[in-house]
Design a binder for this molecule. Structure first.
Ligand code: HEM
Length: 348
């Protein structure tokens, strides 16, 4: 009895059933580059898992050891600088591509019935991605890691009702202390990645069940087949994308490798405390008004984003502004870009 039969007897899965599972026809517009943006954060997330595990072999999450362990990774461990730089650049690109993917879904109206729930899954993915970024930067134990975490915890404390609890839970005490780093680490390296894996699995399962939204573009002839095969055609596109990203990440890691800032000093508040670029709009917004007003308005905006598919359905059914979402979207993007640039150029 051959090895193939031996396996077949124990795992009776036929080539036919695998083909059926993987070979879903996908609409032609998925050949356009902005429709493959969803696969990009998924790919970058895998890069994060692999490089994150390698970094975890060396990283020591305590105030006395964290900075030194990262210095060791960057300056002494073999290819440590490369793995760390890949991790840092893939994080940046992941945030950027999640935002671009969300914009493509928004501006093509692909969140509309029956995909409202998947949009909400997407919002949870966006929040988890940003939180991964925030917790990650805090691990380095540089000045900005320390003060960024302190400012972040103070912002959390402004949430009405549960603010103080959130701050204490995050810091493991009233202020940043020797227990804080392990909290950030367990969130960054265990809790959030597991949450992300579950959310991505749910997101993709829903896409498989519902199929992606079908669009007909004017430059596509009507008589041509409207779909192509997921396997191997679409998988090839995604693999090409993966290869391109790997080259891009390597180039970025080589020309702008992750470096070391000044070690955290709890006694010296830096003159300028700025978060990573993807928190610029929120940070500037928070500076524009009093703490509680800023938190409540931010919470309201996030809530509105969550339920947007239902608000949009209401606008479309009750008013004649069928394309209101496009104008609201353009306005929102402009405001976000303006707040980002403002925060980037403002000295304080
Ligand atoms: C880690 C983050 C994410 C991953 C890995 C991901 C992955 C994907 C993939 C692979 C697709 C298939 C079509 C495409 O590639 O465009 C897709 C579609 C979709 N995504 Fe995401 N996504 C993420 C975040 C988000 C966010 C932040 C939102 C919105 C808030 C969102 C909402 C949707 C919706 C509604 C669809 C269906 C689109 C359609 O039917 O055409 N996703 N996502």
């Amino acid at each position: 009895m051959g090895f193939g039969n031996w396996v077949q007897e124990r795992l009776p899965i036929s080539g036919e059933s695998i083909r059926e599972l993987t070979n879903e026809p996908v609409p032609n517009h998925l050949k356009r580059w902005w429709f493959v943006l969803g696969g990009t954060p998924a790919y970058l997330f895998m890069v994060q898992i692999v490089t994150g595990i390698l970094l975890a072999f060396y990283y020591q999450p305590a105030p006395d050891t964290a900075y030194e362990s990262i210095r060791y990774i960057t300056e002494e461990a073999s290819y440590g600088w490369y793995i760390r730089s890949l991790h840092k650049w893939a994080a940046t690109l992941m945030v950027a591509t999640v935002i671009l993917h969300q914009m493509r879904v928004y501006f093509t109206g692909a969140y509309r019935k029956p995909r409202e729930l998947n949009w909400m899954f997407g919002m949870l993915l966006l929040i988890s991605t940003l939180t991964l970024g925030f917790t990650g930067y805090s691990l380095v134990y540089e000045q900005l890691s320390y003060w960024g975490a302190t400012v972040g915890a103070n912002i959390a404390s402004l949430v009405p009702g549960i603010g103080d609890f959130m701050k204490t839970a995050l810091l493991g005490g009233e202020v940043y202390n020797s227990r804080t780093l392990s909290r950030f680490y367990i969130l960054h390296a265990a809790v959030l990645p597991v949450v992300m894996i579950l959310l991505i699995a749910g997101h993709i399962a829903m896409i498989r069940i519902q199929g992606v939204t079908e669009f007909q573009f004017e430059d596509e002839p009507e008589d041509k087949p409207k779909t192509f095969n997921f396997w191997p055609d679409h998988v090839m596109t995604e693999l090409m994308l993966g290869l391109f990203l790997m080259i891009l990440l390597t180039v970025l890691a080589t020309i702008a490798p992750a470096d070391m800032g000044h070690k955290a000093n709890p006694l010296v508040t830096p003159e300028i405390i700025k978060p990573e670029w993807f928190f610029y709009p929120m940070f500037r917004w928070l500076k524009l008004m009093s703490g509680t007003a800023a938190i409540i308005s931010t919470g309201f905006i996030v809530f509105l984003m969550f339920i947007w598919p239902f608000v949009d359905a209401l606008i479309r059914s009750k008013t004649r502004f069928k394309e209101a979402s496009v104008y609201i979207g353009i306005f929102t993007v402009l405001v976000i870009v303006a707040l980002t640039v403002w925060e980037a150029v403002a000295p304080h």
